[in-house]
Ligand binder design. Structure first.
Ligand code: MN
Length: 372
């Protein structure tokens, strides 16, 4: 197998099409760390580090990921064989603890390079078979202006999306539930509804809200409680009649998935490469959660087309993605980093089928958005 001759990192800042409001943060621009690995005499693989709206979600900033990769991961990666990737990641783990988003960015680039060397799409490297070629996308709405959110929701239903995700937690809980009720009344058609307060509720608020959400016909409640409160998540899961309790912040790694499944802390898991520490680890999260009887959701950290393509391959490789995906990242950006945009149609994302990630990075546009 060929060796990796170089690794480069570049921070890019891309404007958003519209502000994306979370419980306590708003994004007007997205920053990404583009990681490129050169194979000796061969292709270049690309990966992407993300930190949606800064380090509040996962603790890692884009700038920190660059420092960790340049200072500690690159010296291990450069000169290594492109395969086996597991061995390379094990060596990285002995030098750097945690830093999951940074490790995921590097692993993604190496996987892309390996796929190009072997002329295999990434989903084929992650799985014994591709289980789907289109991923239904649950459209993610901002917690911002109510009229704009209602218009966008109906526009997305017209485009073929069959499920919607509403961010919550930006308002006081009774106002927030009332806002959601008004928004659901304004929908022009049926949709599977998910809400995500990003861990901003306490147990009493979540118990109360669960009954209210059930009455509103909400299907999925994502991460109501702080990430460490697995026992609270179990209480909610036991109490819920119809609402699926989904773990996001509380289940990042395979060990987290094993713990949540054993404890009954949730009915579902959002699977994401960044928080897991890579595609291989994220696939394990999905497999463990599935074996533990939990539903799987193809989550997003609002990646650009690079990271979104990687997540699409991961979702395609997972058998039975019971809660669809939310791979909306590129559609929230005013521009793209790839020559051919990912294909969205009828509310679904087509899984790329070329070697590796199946995308071609437009390096002129990477240069245009490079932070100086
Ligand atoms: Mn979430």
């Amino acid at each position: 197998m060929p060796t990796i001759s170089d690794l480069r990192t570049t921070i890019v800042d891309i404007p958003s099409l519209r502000p994306h409001r979370f419980a306590s943060h708003q994004i007007d621009m997205q920053s990404y760390l583009v990681v490129a690995v050169d194979i000796d005499g061969g292709p270049t693989g690309v990966g992407e580090g993300v930190s949606p709206g800064g380090p509040w979600w996962g603790g890692e900033s884009i700038e920190g990921q660059q420092a960790v990769i340049d200072g500690y991961l690159a010296p291990i990666v450069i000169g290594s064989s492109v395969q086996p990737i597991g061995q390379l990641m094990s060596r990285i783990d002995t030098v750097v603890h945690a830093n999951h988003f940074a490790k995921a960015a590097v692993e993604m680039a190496v996987y892309d390079a390996l796929g190009q060397v072997l002329e295999q799409p990434l989903h084929a490297l992650l799985s014994t078979g591709r289980h789907r070629d289109h991923l239904p996308v649950r459209w993610a709405l901002s917690a911002g202006d109510e009229d704009e959110v209602a218009d966008e929701a109906n526009q997305r239903l017209r485009l073929g999306h069959r499920s919607l995700k509403f961010k919550m937690g930006a308002l006081e809980p009774t106002q927030d539930i009332a806002r959601l009720g008004r928004l659901l009344d304004r929908l022009d058609g049926p949709a599977r509804i998910q809400v995500d307060p990003n861990g901003t509720w306490d147990r009493r608020t979540a118990m109360w809200a669960l009954a209210e959400l059930e009455a509103l016909g909400v299907a999925v409640l994502e991460q109501p409680l702080p990430r460490h409160d697995l026992h609270g998540m179990r209480l909610l899961t036991e109490r819920s009649v119809s609402v699926v309790l989904m773990a996001d912040e509380s289940v990042c790694t395979p060990v987290d998935a094993q713990r949540a499944a054993c404890l009954g802390a949730g009915d579902a898991v959002a699977v994401k490469p960044g928080k897991a520490g890579g595609l291989h680890a994220a696939r394990l999260v999905g497999e463990i959660a599935g074996v533990g009887g939990m539903r799987r959701f193809g989550g997003t950290a609002l990646e650009s087309s690079i990271g979104t393509a990687a997540s699409a391959h991961l979702c395609a490789a997972l058998d039975g993605l019971e809660e669809d995906s939310e791979l909306v990242g590129p559609q929230l950006l005013a521009d793209d980093l790839v020559a051919q945009p990912l294909e969205y149609a009828d509310g679904s994302l087509r899984v790329p089928d070329g070697p590796g990630l199946g995308i071609t990075v437009d390096w002129d546009r990477v240069d245009k958005y490079t932070r100086r």
